[in-house]
Write a protein that binds this ligand. Structure first.
Ligand SMILES: [Zn+2]
Length: 422
C-alpha cells in the first residue's frame, strides 16, 4: 500500500490517497476518512448487498480480531482472506487486536502475550500467534499487536510495562513481516502507546523509528482504557499529544486514531494531520438509538442539536425523514415516526435503517472536511462543527445508556442528557 499526500491545508490537515493495495489492485481510498466497523467480518447491521447500495466506492473495513477470530477455521479452509470469506472482496481491510470502543477487563497481560477478549471469553495471544492469524486473514493493513489499553491517568509502572511489552511485540511482528511473502502483501502499522507518561511515550516513539523502513504508518493508543473515558479528556490535552506524535514521526506515515471520539475531537485530529479513524462512533450512536444530523453548511448558523434521540415520544407522529435533504436510503424512504416505532418494538430493521443513515452522514462529514481542506477553509468548517458539538456537553452517547431518564434533549433545546436503557 502506498500513501501519498495530495494537498495540505493551512494547518497540519491534509488530503491523501491510499493506493497500491496488492490484494485489492485499483482500490483507492481518499483521506481523511473513517473505516466501517465490522463484526464477524461483516459491516455491523448491513449485508454486503445493502452495503453496496449505501456506498458505491471502495471502503476501508475495520476488523477487530476480538469479534472475528472465530472465522479463522473457515477463512483458512477457503485460503482467500477474510474479506472474500465475508463476501466483501473489493473493499480494503484493516485488522487490529481489539477495538478501543469495547469494554474489556483491564490488565491480564503477560510478559509476551496480550489478552484477546472474545464473546467466548479470554484468549491469550502472542505476537507470533497474532501474525499467524494475519497470514490466514490476509488483511490489507495490519496494526501490530500492542498493549495499548492504558489511560492518560495510568500509573507509571503499568505504562512502563505496556511500553516495554509493546516494543518487544512490535519487534516480533516486524521480524515475522520481513520473513513472510504473504505478510508483505499487507502494510504493517506500528502502535504508539504510553501516552500517559511523556518519557515512556518518547520511548515508544523512538522504538517505532527503529522499524521505520517496515512500517507504513502508526496508530495512537495509550489514551483510553475503554470507551467510557473518552468524554473526560479535554481537547487541549489531545492537541498536545497529536502534535508530539506528529513531530516525532515521518510526515509521510498514515496516522490512525482509534476510539469512539466525537466529531469535534476527530476534526481536531484531522487538523493535526491524522488520516484514518476506526468508524466506531456512528456504530455507538446506532446502538443507542441516536441519529446524527450535523449541519455542514458553514454559512448557516445552527441552533439545533446534531443528535436525535429516535426513541423519543416527540417523533411518534413526525413524518419527516431523519434529516431533510439527506440522500441516504433510510431518509429517502422512511419517516422518523416509522424508525421510532421500529426502535420501540425492538425490530432489527431499526438498527439497519439507523446504520444506513449514520454511516452515510458520518461519511459526508469527511467528504465536507476534504472539500474544506482543498479550499483552505478547514478551520472554518472545524469551528462550525465544534460549535454544534459544544451544544451537547454531556457526551459521548454511551451516556444515553443506564436508567430511564426522561430529560432527553429536544432538537431545539440545550441538552441535559440522562442515562437510560434502550
Ligand atoms: Zn439519511
Amino acid at each position: 500500500m502506498r500513501f501519498s499526500i495530495k494537498q495540505t491545508g493551512c494547518g497540519g490537515e491534509r488530503i491523501g490517497y491510499l493506493t497500491g493495495f496488492i490484494r485489492s489492485p485499483g482500490a483507492e481510498i481518499e483521506t481523511p476518512t473513517a473505516a466501517l466497523f465490522t463484526q464477524g467480518g461483516s459491516v455491523v447491521n448491513l449485508t454486503a448487498e445493502v452495503l453496496s447500495k449505501v456506498f458505491s466506492n471502495t471502503k476501508l473495513l475495520w476488523l477487530p480480531l476480538s469479534n472475528s477470530i472465530n472465522l479463522e477455521t473457515g477463512v483458512k479452509a477457503q485460503n482467500d482472506g477474510v474479506a472474500k470469506f465475508a463476501g466483501l472482496q473489493g473493499h480494503v481491510t484493516c485488522a487490529t487486536l481489539h477495538s478501543l470502543s469495547e469494554d474489556t477487563p483491564s490488565g491480564h497481560f503477560e510478559l509476551d502475550r496480550a489478552p484477546l477478549w472474545t464473546k467466548n471469553g479470554k484468549r491469550m495471544v502472542s505476537a507470533d500467534r497474532y501474525m499467524d492469524v494475519m497470514e490466514i486473514f490476509k488483511p490489507d493493513i495490519i496494526l501490530a499487536i500492542a498493549d495499548g489499553r492504558t489511560s492518560l491517568n495510568e500509573g507509571s509502572k503499568r505504562i512502563s510495562k505496556a511500553v516495554c511489552r509493546s516494543n518487544s511485540m512490535l519487534k516480533t511482528c516486524v521480524n515475522r513481516y520481513m520473513s513472510s511473502k504473504e505478510l508483505q502483501k499487507s502494510s504493517l502499522i506500528g502502535v504508539v502507546v504510553g501516552a500517559g507518561n511523556p518519557k515512556k511515550c518518547d520511548e515508544s516513539l523512538r522504538n517505532i523509528l527503529t522499524h521505520v523502513d517496515n512500517l507504513t504508518g502508526i496508530s495512537l493508543q495509550g489514551i483510553l482504557d475503554g470507551p467510557e473515558e473518552s468524554r473526560d479528556i479535554d481537547s487541549e490535552t489531545l492537541k498536545k499529544l497529536f502534535e508530539k506524535v506528529g513531530e516525532a514521526l515521518p510526515k509521510d506515515f498514515v496516522y490512525i486514531l482509534e476510539g469512539n471520539w466525537n466529531p469535534s475531537i476527530i476534526l481536531t485530529a484531522v487538523e493535526h494531520g491524522w488520516d484514518l479513524f476506526d468508524g466506531s462512533y456512528p456504530l455507538k450512536l446506532t446502538n443507542t438509538g441516536v441519529a446524527m444530523k450535523l449541519n455542514f453548511d458553514v454559512t448557516k448558523e445552527n441552533d439545533t442539536l446534531y443528535l436525535l434521540d429516535m426513541v423519543d415520544e416527540r417523533y411518534k407522529a413526525d413524518l419527516k425523514p431523519i434529516l431533510e435533504g439527506c440522500e441516504c436510503l433510510a431518509c429517502k424512504k422512511h419517516t422518523r415516526a416509522y424508525i421510532r416505532h421500529l426502535l420501540n418494538t425492538r425490530e432489527m430493521l431499526a438498527s439497519v435503517l439507523l446504520s444506513i443513515h449514520n454511516l452515510h452522514h458520518f461519511d459526508q462529514m469527511f467528504y465536507h472536511a476534504r472539500q474544506h481542506i482543498a479550499s483552505n477553509t478547514f478551520a472554518v468548517f472545524k469551528q462550525h462543527i465544534t460549535k454544534q458539538c459544544e451544544m451537547v456537553k454531556d457526551f459521548p452517547p454511551n451516556r444515553y445508556k443506564g436508567s430511564n431518564g426522561t430529560n432527553i434533549p429536544t432538537e431545539n433545546q440545550a441538552p441535559n442528557i440522562k442515562r437510560r436503557n434502550l
